[in-house]
Design a protein around this ligand. Structure first.
Ligand SMILES: C[S@@+](CC[C@H](N)C(=O)[O-])C[C@H]1O[C@@H](n2cnc3c(N)ncnc32)[C@H](O)[C@@H]1O
Length: 260
């Protein structure tokens, strides 16, 4: 109900008003954005930080955005902090309509990195996953075809609001496309909802992740994803390492691991 009202408001009000409402409706996001403006350790100017924040709200007011600005900022800061000497592209797996892609592409451009975007562009695949309730007590489920954004639609949004010149799109189901992907990865961001999809992404991206690189999952609130990140047998048998330290596990949606 609230979601529907939110969507109707978003469609009908002038976009500049929607942007202001977005700032007021999530003060945690607004504070995180304000803190970002003063993060002097990042290798970009105050003006560039301000322009990023302006763009993020501009994009959220115009494109469906199932994420918070805090989640986006966490990855943006990681992208901007990748040491010059570290090889590798930055990856986004799961882009929906391209709102997160447009935001990440602006950071990737500033960091002079290529952003590789992997998605079916057909939404969530067929699945029988039972997610039950997430750590916040909300019931979760992901029907086939939800979160669909066509490749042309995503490209149009990224062209309009982000930096399409630094993006490469890999279209198809992860099981089909990722086995062919074989290049250094400096950072990866997974927002793919299903545990099967997350598993495939970890299997193919983690071995390519450079030492010091980070892998994020925006699905850390889902019990099946928590189980996967804690699954000793998965990490041992499929990845060849002991269970890694997972920052934020059992506390928030956005979790990450850093490769030593
Ligand atoms: C929640 S949406 C991503 C939202 C996006 N990050 C944002 O914030 O706007 C999940 C995405 O994962 C993609 N996806 C999930 N499982 C997949 C799979 N096995 N292969 C390809 N794409 C998949 C869906 O197509 C969808 O675009």
């Amino acid at each position: 109900m609230l979601k529907k009202m939110h969507k109707a408001l978003k469609r009908n009000l002038p976009k500049s008003i929607v942007e202001i409402l977005l700032v007021l409706s999530d003060l945690k996001d607004a504070f995180a954005c304000a803190a970002f403006l003063f993060q002097k350790e990042l290798p970009i100017s105050f003006l560039q930080r301000w322009q990023l924040i302006r763009s993020f709200y501009r994009i959220s007011a115009r494109v469906d955005s199932p994420h918070t600005q805090r989640e986006i900022l966490a990855y943006v800061k990681t992208i901007l902090s990748i040491p010059n000497g570290m090889k590798g592209v930055v990856v986004e797996a799961g882009c929906f309509k391209g709102s997160s892609t447009a935001k990440f592409s602006l950071a990737a451009d500033l960091a002079d990195r290529e952003l590789v975007v992997c998605d079916s562009f057909e939404g969530i695949p067929e699945n029988e996953e039972e997610h039950g309730r997430d750590i916040f007590g909300k019931s979760a489920g992901f029907a086939q075809g939800t979160y669909r954004g066509g490749l042309d639609e995503v490209k149009a949004n990224v062209s309009q609001f982000g930096k399409i010149s630094c993006c490469r799109f890999i279209k198809g189901w992860f099981d089909d496309t990722l086995p062919q992907f074989n290049e250094p990865v400096a950072a990866a961001y997974l927002d793919v909802d299903l545990v099967s999809s997350t598993k495939t992404c970890i299997q193919y991206f983690y071995p390519l992740l450079q030492s010091g690189g980070a892998l994020f999952s925006q699905d850390g609130h889902l019990p099946l994803i928590i189980q996967l990140f804690q699954d000793k047998i998965f990490w041992q048998d499929e990845i060849g390492i002991t269970v890694p330290m997972v920052y934020g596990l059992n506390q928030r949606k956005l979790i990450h691991i850093r490769k030593s």
